[in-house]
Write a protein that binds this ligand. Structure first.
Ligand code: NA7
Length: 542
């Protein structure tokens, strides 16, 4: 066992949206807290994802904390869809306002945590040699984390003579692509944001696309002073609405079905929403995923847009979304993505039929064709949700490794706790709705629920709280039952874990919607933490 460097009541891992608020709430309980963050600053996903064009697909006015009127009043967003630098500034602002930095340690990655069953304490180790003993261990590591990027095992990367990057841990100093021949692998939300910005610098840009995404224009714009004032005045109603919405967004659910409109009127509205930008195009019909005719209409609309924007029919053919239904993979927002392919130095290569065979010293080989490159950008996503947990050596009762428990797929009770791992609590863990929603709203729920559970333990003299195997298993089964029959089943995606070779195809997120999730979690707490074993000082109570 390592020599203990500190004794704490609670350790938090990660300094993104989740970790900052968790630290704030735990300190309010009077606990001695330590937060470890691998990055050199706050931000979490928004610290690491500083690739060109990195931007949020949720509107800024509700992609933020709701818990503090003071912060809502003091902070002003400058754009409709906030860019990475502004979100990073926001989180720094929050850390300062809440005076959190004294309890935070940066540049230290948590590598291991072991549970001592006799003492009912965790020992948490970092790569900088810290070994902290603590009663509670709370992970706020996110589901798409730099410790678990998806880097395809393409042979030859070690011999590449240019530079290569993964978008999920982009160099802080930035990268200058001026005059370079650049290749981008991957056309999920990330690649779609990066391509138009990199194209402004690169001499040649080649996009290697395996699956064409459904993409709609963000039409990002600065927020005017009167818009900001109206939003701030309306915040109580905005948050009430967001918390009642399945996806944590302050939007009204679509009211009309496909059959309610004739085709000309449906097309007129689609055009209007396309011009307005954002998610509206997807929100015309309430049966877009359930009714094949409704979906086919919207899919055809998307394809026609690609053909209208991209001048070269051969490029348009590759870029048109097809091969899977709309909604089975995440739909992306863009800023001039399709228009970028009208530039003579921007190319797209279909790597579905003929996959990337090798990285050569001079570039990429697709089938028998060599593409000379000076830089390769992997916008290839993540080993999502379970990956970040499996990247740490966490051992619970009996020395059982959490990584092994998660090897066959996601497991957790309420998406926040693990059988066999007392007092280990996870903000947005496996089988949690967060990544299917506007994430900050989900995070606030989980943080508050975890803080309340810890407050309950402290008040009642409970030394350990841990879900039963039965409660966890029932939640895991419910997670898989919720996705059964849904559109997600009809494609490979990170949400299914099927983007990573060898990862079991099991859905990682709980799809019941935020209001139902809130109700479930509140019911468990009201029922004296039903489904949990509670250990008092003298021994097991139930
Ligand atoms: P995604 O959405 O997982 O996208 C990754 C992209 O990389 C996707 O187009 C993949 O194609 C492609 N990919 C992955 N491996 C390969 C190989 N071996 N060859 C070619 N192409 C490959 O990750 P993002 O970072 O864009 O977004 C992740 C989330 O972050 C996003 O949903 C937001 O919530 C924020 P595929 O589709 O698998 O055929």
């Amino acid at each position: 066992m390592p020599e203990i460097t500190e004794d704490m009541d609670a350790v938090v891992i990660g300094a993104g949206f989740a970790g900052l608020y968790m630290l704030h709430r735990l300190r309010a309980l009077g606990l001695r807290c330590r937060l470890f963050e691998a990055g050199e600053g706050v931000g979490g996903a928004w610290y690491w994802n500083r690739y060109p064009g990195a931007r949020c697909d949720s509107e800024s006015y509700f992609y933020c904390y709701s818990f503090s009127d003071e912060i809502l009043e003091a902070w002003t967003w400058s754009e409709k869809f906030p860019g990475q630098p502004e979100i990073e500034r926001y989180l720094n602002f929050v850390a300062d306002r809440l005076d959190l930095r004294g309890d935070m340690r940066f540049g230290q990655r948590v590598t291991a945590a072991r549970y001592d069953e006799a003492a009912l304490l965790w020992t948490v180790e970092t790569d900088a040699g810290a070994a902290v003993r603590t009663r509670y261990l709370v992970t706020a590591i996110g589901g798409l984390a730099p410790t678990a990027t998806n880097l395809p095992a393409i042979p030859g990367i070690e011999d590449f003579e240019g530079a290569w990057y993964h978008t999920g841990h982009w160099p802080k100093a930035g990268v200058d692509f001026t005059g370079k021949r650049v290749g981008v692998i991957g056309t999920g939300s990330t690649g779609i944001q990066a391509v138009p910005v990199i194209a402004r610098q690169a001499a040649e840009l080649t996009v290697f696309q395996r699956t064409p995404a459904y993409i709609m224009p963000a039409r990002n714009a600065p927020l005017a002073a009167d818009e900001v004032a109206a939003i701030k005045a309306d915040y109580p109603a905005i948050w009430r609405k967001a918390k009642l919405h399945r996806g944590g967004q302050p939007y009204d659910p679509p009211a009309i079905a496909f059959g309610d409109l004739d085709e000309a009127e449906a097309r007129r509205l689609q055009e209007l929403y396309w011009e307005q930008g954002g998610l509206r195009v997807l929100q015309l019909f309430n049966d877009v995923y359930a009714n094949p005719a409704s979906r086919a209409f919207v899919e055809a609309f998307f394809r026609a847009k690609v053909r209208a924007i991209v001048a070269d029919p051969a490029k348009a053919e590759i870029l048109e979304p097809k091969g899977y239904p709309l909604g089975a993979k995440r739909v992306a927002l863009d800023t001039h993505y399709y228009e970028t392919f009208n530039l003579p130095h921007v190319h797209v290569v279909d790597v579905r039929q003929t996959p990337i065979t090798a990285v050569t010293p001079g570039g990429l080989r697709i089938g028998d064709t060599d593409h000379p490159l000076d830089a390769i950008i992997f916008a290839t996503g993540y080993d999502a949700v379970t990956g970040p947990f499996r990247a740490m050596d966490i051992r619970g009762r009996g020395g059982v490794r959490l990584a092994d428990r998660l090897a066959d797929g996601p497991r957790a009770y309420l998406g926040m706790s693990f059988a066999g791992f007392p007092n280990l609590l996870a903000v947005s863990g496996p089988c949690n709705p967060a990544l299917s929603t506007n994430v900050p709203v989900s995070i606030e729920h989980d943080v508050e629920w975890i803080a309340d559970a810890i407050a309950f333990c402290e008040r009642e003299g409970i030394r350990a709280i841990e879900p039963t195997e039965e409660a966890e298993e029932a939640w895991v089964e419910d997670t898989q039952a919720k996705v059964a029959g849904s559109i997600f089943e009809q494609a490979d995606s990170w949400q299914f874990g099927s983007n990573v070779p060898g990862k079991p195809r099991r859905f990682l997120l709980w799809l019941g919607g935020l209001p139902a999730f809130r109700e479930k979690c509140a019911g468990v707490a009201a029922d004296d933490y039903a489904g949990f074993m509670l250990t008092r000082r003298e021994g097991k109570d139930r």
